[in-house]
Design a protein. Structure first.
Length: 84
């Protein structure tokens, strides 16, 4: 019996990981509008998010810039200057 990891790996290898994520987002949003996760840029284009306003809040708070992922694009980081 294949595990979930094996199933995802097999599908990703068959149709491409980016396509798999894009389709999952599209199907999820069609099922529950507004609830789907959005597929973003490749990790190679991301930098650490300094989490403005979260330094003194409880764990689990969400950053308005990165949504809690801890990563943003360089362009977003530039837009954050002066707010951190």
């Amino acid at each position: 019996m294949a595990t979930e990891v094996d199933a995802v790996r097999a599908l990703g290898e068959a149709i491409g990981y980016s396509r798999m994520m894009q389709l999952a987002e599209h199907i999820w949003d069609a099922k529950t509008p507004g609830a789907a996760h959005s597929v973003g840029p490749c990790v190679a284009f991301l930098v650490p998010c300094p989490h403005p306003g979260l330094r003194d809040q409880q764990l689990g708070s969400r950053c308005d810039w990165c949504g809690g992922s801890g990563r943003v694009t360089r362009r977003v980081l530039e837009a954050m200057k002066g707010t951190v």
